[in-house]
Design a binder for this molecule. Sequence first.
Ligand code: NDP
Length: 319
Amino acid sequence: MTNKKPTLIQLVTIAHHDTDAQLAKHYNVVQLKNGPEHDATIAKVRADVEVMVTSATQPTSADLIDQFPNLKAICSFGVGYDSLDVKHAQKKGIQVSNTPDVLNDCVADHAFGLLLATARRLGHADRFVRDNLWGSDQRFPLGVKVSHKKLGIVGLGRIGMAIAQRAAGFDMDIRYHNRTPRSETNLTYEPSLHALAEWADFLVIATVGGPSTRGLIDAEVLKALGPKGIIINISRGSVIDEDALVQALQEGVLGGAGLDVYENEPKVPDALKTMDNVLLAPHIASATVETRIAMAELVFSNVDAFAATGKVITPIPTL
Ligand code: NDP
């Protein structure tokens, strides 16, 4: 018996108990893995592939998209799309979806966790106890108070708004910088990123990645944030000039950093690993059981909706 289902090519495994059954409802599912079989797999199915499942951190280039002449939809797991050539796909009439909103809470929780942990030196404190230094003649350094302080948010989008909500609970004075002010918030808009950094005690980066924001946080912005200032980045590593960040921390131009994302993941500059005023996380802002299930379900809903109606439900706006 021939399998008449169209083909869905999966570039990433999605950790969800029901993955195979969900995707196989409408499609013949083919996994594309790196390694010796990669090219042969593409050659075998290229004409049949109508849907692609990828993720926010999986490189999905124009070249790869062009391998599949009948591709109609790309459903991505995650919200960022700097590693996916959305413009190219959209120009070819291919619909592209991501998983917005369902991860806002966890990414914002994580941003706030990094902020608290960096200001109160929790990574350092944990090492201090484990190394049996508590009770020794070494004194643990004082941290920085968070409540009632000034928080600058760079990128007040869906996640930025959720970070602002959390900051309100800590009675923080909040301002933000986007390219354009948001009409639906009373938060103070700061048109100059430099001025926002100069004003803020903490600067949280929650903007998009990609060429438009590459190196947006440069040496000047870090200097403006200052020797008591702390930067938190949960957006993309490319948004901060990483060499400038290391230098600013080494020279005491900047007070501290809490980072979830890096320029060349999974590589993290060795210099950062030696600094007790820096907290490092391995790109885990959305990585909770609940949120990863919600993200997986939204990928499946997009795939299902495309099969049923020819339209994905959370399309990335046309770039
Ligand atoms: P949104 O699109 O809702 O928000 C992005 C915000 O960034 C908008 O307010 C936008 O405002 C602003 N922005 C865009 N370009 C610039 C710029 N050049 N200068 C200043 N502000 C800018 O996205 P989300 O809130 O859903 O997600 C934000 C990012 O978070 C994602 O793109 C992703 O990279 C990252 N992320 C990271 C995760 C992690 O695991 N660490 C998990 C999930 C997301 P305007 O257009 O007015 O400039």
